[in-house]
Design a protein around this ligand. Structure first.
Ligand SMILES: NC(=O)c1ccc[n+]([C@@H]2O[C@H](COP(=O)([O-])OP(=O)(O)OC[C@H]3O[C@@H](n4cnc5c(N)ncnc54)[C@H](OP(=O)(O)O)[C@@H]3O)[C@@H](O)[C@H]2O)c1
Length: 258
């Protein structure tokens, strides 16, 4: 699956799952724009690792929770490149609280970064994809339909993101743009430690029926497939990457396999 000559923007592409996606798309020949918010050095290191694969990498700082910064980012992409082929809406943040402690600030912070940003980025990206057959993939989570402690706002934001994915898929189809989402179970990144540190410290590692945790590369592989022409007829879907975790009834303890 070659992505040679394609240009991809990965929001939050400097580290974690976004980094794995950026490297995977680069390994297939795409030039990559990495958006970051706080960690410039990490994003620049990822850009260097991408360039080592023989493609071009660009780093942009944009808080995707701020519509003006999204505009600035796309203005820059438009002015410098004039087009875009792939948008990966990966950046996410969130306030971890039980529902009774959620206030408006926490709600808006999480929804703006996790759901609204995808809408605003897709609107701008679609214009740069016109006539090129673009791909948009957003990163969701099993928390959109499973209930985990303190994950309420993020779960709701991901449910919104999945619904948005369906609407975008239908409304952007006439422009030749394929839109889908990928929802992972627990992946060992900083986000996992942020939300589930206590559970992990108690040794409750989220092993799956497949015998290990999902890793960032597992997610990146599926994202890359959705960016390929082989996935042309998949539209508006949320593909679950969880080693069977969400369909397993835990009657028996799971055993780790190496
Ligand atoms: N880890 C999991 O278990 C898991 C499971 C299911 C789904 N997911 C989803 O997969 C995606 C990536 O997760 P991850 O675990 O890799 O997260 P992570 O390690 O916490 O990394 C988050 C990334 O998002 C960027 N970011 C955060 N807020 C931003 C903002 N306002 N504007 C621009 N960039 C921002 C960060 O940039 P800086 O580096 O500059 O801070 C960082 O690159 C997310 O959508 C997440 O919800 C993760």
């Amino acid at each position: 699956m070659s992505l040679e000559g394609k240009l991809a923007l990965v929001t939050g592409g400097g580290r974690g799952i976004g980094r794995a996606i950026a490297l995977k798309l680069a390994s297939q020949g795409a030039d990559i724009i990495i958006d970051f918010f706080r960690r410039r050095e990490t994003a620049e290191q990822t850009a260097k690792d991408i360039e080592a694969l023989g493609v071009k990498a660009e780093v942009i700082r944009a808080n995707v929770g701020d519509p003006a910064k999204i505009d600035e980012m796309f203005n820059m992409i438009g002015n410098k490149f004039g087009h875009l082929d792939i948008l990966i809406s990966n950046a996410a943040s969130g306030v971890g609280r039980p529902v009774m402690d959620i206030d408006i600030k926490a709600w808006e912070w999480t929804m703006d970064i996790n759901a609204r940003a995808c809408l605003l980025c897709a609107q701008r990206a679609a214009k740069l994809m016109e006539g090129r057959g673009g791909k948009i993939v957003s990163l969701s989570s099993l928390g959109s339909f499973l209930v985990w402690p303190t994950y309420a706002i993020v779960g709701v934001s991901k449910a919104a993101l999945e619904a948005l994915t369906r609407y975008l898929a239908i409304e952007l189809a006439p422009l030749g743009i394929c839109v889908n989402a990928v929802a992972a179970s627990f992946v060992d990144t900083e986000a996992l430690k942020f939300y589930f540190d206590e559970q992990l410290n108690r040794g409750n590692l989220p092993i799956t029926p497949a015998g290990r945790m999902v890793n960032p590369e597992d997610v990146a592989n599926v994202v890359a497939f959705l960016c390929s022409e082989e996935a042309f007829m998949i539209r508006g879907q949320t593909i679950i990457v969880d080693g069977g975790f969400s369909i397993y009834t835990p009657l028996f303890a799971l055993e780790k396999k190496d």
